[in-house]
Design a protein around this ligand. Structure first.
Ligand SMILES: [Ca+2]
Length: 159
């Protein structure tokens, strides 16, 4: 290998390393996000949604945009759902816990829009500063017409 080729290979290697370092935070918490985004219909019309941090950002459930602790009010509500159901002897999967919470009709961030309506409007259910523009009554009607909370039932596994 000539010196010039070796330098080029070294530069290429460094670029690949830098690129993977840039990409990895976006994929740092893939499991819950990968389960929840399709279940909540947040991926529609976006074939590259797994690489698009605007599709279900970490701040959907977490306080920090890099995820981890602490959790925002919606993330805490998901955690409470797991705990309450476990106390009643029901050990839910993550998709089941999400569906149970959205069926309850609660408003985790207290902005006046129940969590399921925020999911439907693609706003953040754990951030009171981020809420739908549509009046509550109109949004509720559209949500019910679309199938209500049942549209966020856990997805059936396809083989
Ligand atoms: Ca909100």
């Amino acid at each position: 290998m000539t010196l010039r080729l070796r330098v080029a290979a070294g530069v290429l290697g460094a670029l690949v390393l830098a690129a993977s370092a840039l990409v990895s935070p976006a994929l740092a918490l893939p499991k819950y996000r990968v389960q929840a985004a399709p279940q909540l219909h947040l991926t529609e019309g976006n074939d590259l949604w797994q690489l698009d941090r605007r599709v279900m950002p970490c701040t959907y459930c977490h306080v920090k945009d890099t995820g981890g602790a602490p959790w925002n009010p919606f993330g805490q509500a998901v955690q409470r759902t797991f705990a309450q159901e476990a106390e009643a002897g029901r050990h839910l999967t993550f998709p089941q816990a999400l569906h149970t919470l959205l069926t309850a009709g609660t408003d985790a961030d207290g902005d006046g829009y129940p969590d399921a309506l925020e999911v439907f409007a693609k706003t953040l259910p754990g951030d009171p500063e981020n809420k739908p523009d549509t009046p509550l009554e109109d949004l509720t009607a559209a949500f019910e017409k679309a199938g209500g909370a049942a549209q966020y039932a856990p997805l059936k596994k396809t083989k």
